[in-house]
Design a protein around this ligand. Sequence first.
Ligand SMILES: [Cu+2]
Length: 219
Amino acid sequence: MASHNHTMHPHGFRYAKSSEGQSSAMQMSDGNAVPPGQTWTYTWEAPERSGPGPLDPLGLAWTYHSDAAGTQDVFSGLVGASIIYRRGELAKHTLDVPAPPGSGLIEEVLTLFLIVDENESYYINENTLNKTSISEGQLQVNRMDPSFQESNLKHTINGLVFGNLMGINLTVGTRAAWHVEALGNVVNMHTPHWHGNTLAWAQQQAGFLSIFHTPYGAL
Ligand SMILES: [Cu+2]
């Protein structure tokens, strides 16, 4: 069970204030802070404008995240994505890659580039004190030590560090769409690079992308 209040706050959708899921929205709604063990149903609508525009790819990925205490929620790992397709496209795509042979589905990959600042995680105390064999009395941690703070910046793709994203398999000769997201604070500037492949991006061919926090891209 969660140890803190959480919410679901979407980007890209239309919603009433009661479905915003953002504590800083300053609106009294139980959906702005859902306590552990409780439930809340959000209603989000995807009007035409939530989907791809005329020059966009076939589907657009939007971020959602918990926002009960701002960045703390994201830096505790509570972040994901929704993809909104052009009308009639959903059934032609699959996030299971590689797609089943002969299915003709468009393979899709979604990668979130995020430097997780664990200094701001809900779990920093627990992780600092309890995840070592050193007893609490013996552990000397200076939270303000710049080196300690730097050591808690975890450079991740889909929440995984040190190359633990085990590889993404796509099928030769199949169309693929690759959604790229970045979130976080100002240090989040990423340049994903596809060695040996080129991408169609904004009506150009590209080998890499420059992305900053919060925007998204689909290739
Ligand atoms: Cu947000």
